[in-house]
Design a protein. Structure first.
Ligand code: GLN
Length: 440
């Protein structure tokens, strides 16, 4: 398989989608090839989670999702590039090169699973494991013109997921082919004794249940770019043509999702990151004659990126005694309110539908001019379903005048992945995906 290795290296030179390429001479004997986001631990293989602080970390175990793919006969060909610890929407917070969009190299692949979406886009029938906390599967899927599925929280074990926000993290799948996603979801799903939050009740059943009616929250369409608005409207017409009932509704709770998410996520992430001090994982090459807090300070100052430091400060502040009720506990109550507003709508409809992102992938020069708050608010459509733990999927649904892809996001009730997969397969038959030109 020297050939495969050479091909992947060539692709990587152009797109920077992998942080490690692992294809070896046995790859030809495997039933299928897959990649995994570098936030999933892989045995004996460097796992950096987009961070310099983890350079050199070789886990002694596989994440359950990776282990299950291997047990099914899969070969891991590479670990994909990402924003540091999953913090970002454009994969520009990676110190290991920034993944480039296969439709335009001047633009982002989205984030934080940007490398995964890039691999899914350029390698035909490839299946990539990603992780979503607040949109990191659907956002890059939308920007790279592929399908991206986030299952119900607990459907897939989090064992071996390097934690961002534990109550939010979910392992998902990306591919240019919806049938591949339907094929591999059952393989990675199921209760795992190593993750007490994983669950097999109810069982994943792929029975071909359909989506017959969708609710579109009109207030979610404010502030869309012109292209996304018209692409989305055209998709609504296609849905009606497929016999799906489309009803416009309002969902006022959506506007609280971003503030609640960024409090919950940074609170959880800031505690998780406390373990990275240059002693246990990754880099441990500091000056041991220093006092312990100077030693820790040195590592964290030197090897965490700016966005990671921002989230540690924000999350630590939100959890401080005296402020906890005002921020963290309140955000948890807001989260419950958002869950019940979805539940209410899903009594009447099979799914809630919005565009995935408010715009097509931005250029890198545009991203560098965005403030953190502008960049956080880009997640306003992907964050709500992630807060609820409900399964959701981004499917490619259009292209702008420059040929840049856009996606729409479908959310069903907890454990209703079957409907998403059935929908994606039907959508695949009516919507013509334009694959990017790849120099292979
Ligand atoms: N863009 C969101 C954030 O930066 C979501 C990231 C994610 O899902 N890991 O938090």
């Amino acid at each position: 398989m020297k050939d495969l290795l050479a091909k992947l290296s060539k692709l990587n030179d152009k797109y920077s989608m992998f942080t490690t390429i692992t294809a070896d001479k046995d790859a030809g004997d495997s039933k299928f090839l897959f990649s995994a986001k570098d936030g999933l631990t892989s045995k004996d293989m460097e796992t950096k989670c987009g961070s310099r602080i983890l350079e050199g970390y070789r886990p002694v175990f596989d994440a359950t999702a990776i282990a299950k793919m291997r047990e099914a006969g899969g070969k891991l060909i590479g670990k994909t590039n990402m924003d540091e610890f999953g913090f970002g929407s454009f994969s520009t917070n990676s110190p290991f090169g920034v993944p480039k969009n296969p439709y335009d190299l001047e633009r982002s692949c989205g984030g934080s699973s940007g490398g995964a979406a890039c691999a899914a886009s350029v390698i035909e029938y490839h299946v990539a494991l990603g992780v979503s906390t607040g949109g990191s599967v659907c956002c890059p899927a939308s920007f790279c013109g592929v399908y991206g599925l986030v299952p119900t929280y607990g459907r897939v074990s989090r064992y071996g997921v390097i934690d961002n926000g534990n109550s939010l993290d979910k392992v998902g799948l990306l591919s240019s082919c919806p049938f591949q996603i339907a094929k591999f979801l059952p393989i990675i799903s199921g209760k795992d004794p190593k993750d007490p939050t994983s669950c097999c009740q109810p069982e994943l059943e792929i029975k071909g249940k359909k989506i017959k009616s969708v609710a579109v929250p009109e207030n979610a369409l404010d502030g869309l770019s012109k292209d996304v608005r018209s692409g989305f409207n055209a998709s609504l017409d296609t849905l009606r043509g497929m016999g799906i009932d489309v009803e416009m509704i309002t969902m006022p709770s959506l506007k609280y999702a971003i503030p609640a998410y960024y409090i919950i996520e940074t609170s959880e992430a800031s505690t998780n990151l406390a373990s990275y001090v240059g002693m246990r994982y990754g880099r441990q090459d500091g000056d041991l004659s220093l006092k312990f807090d100077d030693y820790f300070n040195y590592f964290r100052t030197e090897y965490f990126g700016d966005e990671t430091k921002r989230r540690i400060i924000l999350g630590t502040y939100a959890r401080m005694a005296g402020l906890r009720d005002r921020y963290y506990s309140k955000s948890l109550r807001v989260r419950l309110h958002i869950i019940s507003s979805y539940k209410e709508i899903l009594k009447e409809h099979d799914a809630v539908l919005t565009p995935t992102m408010p715009f097509v992938s931005p250029r890198f020069d545009e991203i560098s001019n965005m403030s953190p708050v502008e960049s956080y608010s880009a997640d306003r459509l992907t964050v709500p379903p992630n807060l609820t733990g409900m399964p959701h999927m981004s499917v490619p649904c259009g292209y702008d005048g420059n040929g840049m892809p856009m996606g729409m996001q479908i959310v069903t009730d907890h454990w209703q992945e079957d409907r998403l997969l059935t929908f994606a397969k039907e959508w695949g038959a009516v919507f013509d995906v334009r694959r990017p030109e790849v120099p292979l």
